[in-house]
Design a protein around this ligand. Structure first.
Ligand code: BES
Ligand code: MN
Ligand code: ZN
Length: 491
């Protein structure tokens, strides 16, 4: 979508979107558009029984005296609870197939912050996102019509800056992450995925790919065990953004990138198994976050690490009961090959921690079905060994709008991983499945401040009430991570 910020002057094409607040007599820019002005507006308003309540709207087509094709007057609810991003998202969802390519949001004249004006564009872009890469017969009426978004704002330069330097690049990252999750598993497998990441050198990221040989040498048998049943070579990809002070400790973000999770020998049932193409959603958030960080030239040092593997059953696949030695030296009894994400992260976390000595690490993973039982699709689950970091994540959730909720860790839960046959087993039991998974990860992070975000319910969704979420892949985490870096590592 083409994006621009304009002054409040009437525009000359497309749809002019005009918010009207509840109980307000003012009708914003409508009068600037119409010869008939007040009279025509009042008549239309009356006919639509319009009071400005959120959800209401009416249209004036081909307003006399204006070159726009349509005025779309929208109930904006109460001024104090107006959310520009959500407003723009809802309107975009409504107008996306209306046949108009240009939409101008009149967000001038009511003291909206430049930041919120920028966020309106994000709302429009997210609501306008579709994934049609593999449709050869897309009917015309299913092709989005909107190609240009304009936002009228009283401080258009400031709004443009907020968009260009922050919200726009982050939105690019969200969309990249959505594409990765939505692509089928025969397109996004570990090597193909690594190749896509390599292309990000173009935006200034340093990218290093470790193949199976290198990982063998490093002793990453926990990660490698997961990929044993796959024809596709496992990959560990490290992205670096050195935008901060030289020598300043980096922040590290780590993602689970299981490009398909069949469960392995502990095979999953067939129904809905196709959803497991999204089992790389945590890694997609990390890649998307690094895109945001690089494109907005963040003044911080950030390491992004993703473990890319395909979990398959096969003659060579690892077996329930296998004992593997992780890079940390700790041994793991693999009682369920479907609890594979933690095996991938064990080595990715240990490697990141020992090689880059980060100030803090956050990993994201579609780790457990149990987190969907706990929190549904509205909140991601947060687990942390550090109250300060947990607080930072809570704040980043508030500022980004990506919801998360902290759950506990305790020695009593940790004990559930004990086994007579190795240092630990890779499953707890039926109880507290998301927590025992987090306890497992905690064993691989040493004393470093660390948090695990379980995004199984939020990174991929088959039903989506939020107009900004338009496809299976949501891109959850990209915004949260960018806010976390911006609020704690820049400036
Ligand atoms: N990728 C799954 C978790 C998952 C399930 C994500 C459903 C999204 C939707 C993970 O690898 C897995 O299979 N976890 C098991 C763990 C169990 C074997 C201890 C689970 O949640 O059932
Ligand atoms: Mn699994
Ligand atoms: Zn998985």
């Amino acid at each position: 979508m083409k994006v621009s910020f304009v002054s409040g002057k009437p525009v000359t094409r497309g749809v002019a979107v005009i918010p009207v607040f509840e109980g307000s007599k003012a009708f914003g820019s409508t009068k600037d558009y119409m010869d008939a002005g007040k009279t025509q507006f009042a008549a239309a308003k009356k006919a639509a029984k319009f009071t400005g309540k959120s959800g209401q709207s009416f249209d004036i087509f081909a307003p006399a005296g204006s070159k726009v094709s349509r005025l779309h007057v929208v109930g904006a609810g109460k001024r104090e609870s107006f959310n520009a991003e959500m407003f723009a998202a809802k309107v975009t969802a409504k107008l996306l197939f209306a046949g108009e390519s240009t939409v101008t949001f009149h967000l001038d004249g009511f003291d909206l912050s430049p930041d919120d004006a920028a966020r309106a564009v994000v709302g429009a872009r997210l609501a306008g996102y579709r994934f049609n890469n593999h449709k050869t017969k897309l009917p015309k009426e299913k092709k989005p019509n909107i190609t240009t978004i304009r936002v009228a704002h009283d401080s258009q330069a400031k709004a443009k800056k907020a968009y260009d330097n922050f919200h726009g690049p982050i939105c690019d990252g969200v969309i990249f992450a959505r594409d990765l999750v939505n692509e089928p598993p025969n397109v996004i497998y570990p090597k193909a995925y690594a190749n896509r990441i390599k292309k990000l050198k173009d935006i200034g990221l340093k990218v290093e790919v470790l193949g199976e040989k290198r990982m063998e040498t490093l002793g990453m048998h926990s990660l490698l065990g997961v990929g044993r049943g796959s024809e596709r070579e496992s990959q560990l990809v490290v992205m670096r953004w050195d935008g901060g002070k030289k020598g300043a400790k980096p922040a590290a973000i780590i993602g689970k990138g299981v490009t398909f999770d069949t469960g392995g020998i502990s095979l999953k049932p067939g129904a809905n198994m196709w959803d497991m193409k999204g089992d790389m959603g945590g890694s997609a958030a990390v890649v998307g976050a690094m895109i945001g960080i690089a494109k907005r030239k963040a003044k911080a040092n950030v390491i992004g690490v993703v473990g890319l593997v395909e979990n398959m059953p096969d003659g060579r696949a690892q077996l329930p009961g296998d004992v593997v030695t992780s890079m940390s030296g700790q041994t793991i009894e693999v009682l369920n090959t479907d609890a594979e994400g933690r095996l991938v992260l064990a080595d990715a976390l240990h490697y990141t921690n020992t090689k880059y000595k980060p100030k803090a690490m956050i990993n994201l993973a579609t780790l457990t079905g149990a987190i969907i039982i706990s929190l549904g699709h509205e909140h991601a689950g947060v687990f942390s060994n550090d109250d300060g970091l947990a607080e930072q994540i809570s704040n980043a959730s508030d500022s980004s709008g990506e919801r998360s909720w902290r759950l506990p860790l305790l020695p009593e839960y940790d004990k559930l991983l004990d086994t007579p046959n190795a240092d630990m087993k890779n499953i707890g039991g039926r109880a507290a499945g998301s927590i025992t998974a987090a306890q497992f990860l905690k064993r691989f992070v040493g004393d470093t401040a660390w948090a695990h975000i379980d995004v199984a319910g939020t990174a991929m969704k088959n039903t989506r009430p939020d107009p900004r979420e338009t496809t299976f892949g949501t891109g959850y985490g990209v915004r949260l991570l960018n806010h976390w870096i911006a609020e704690n590592y820049e400036g």
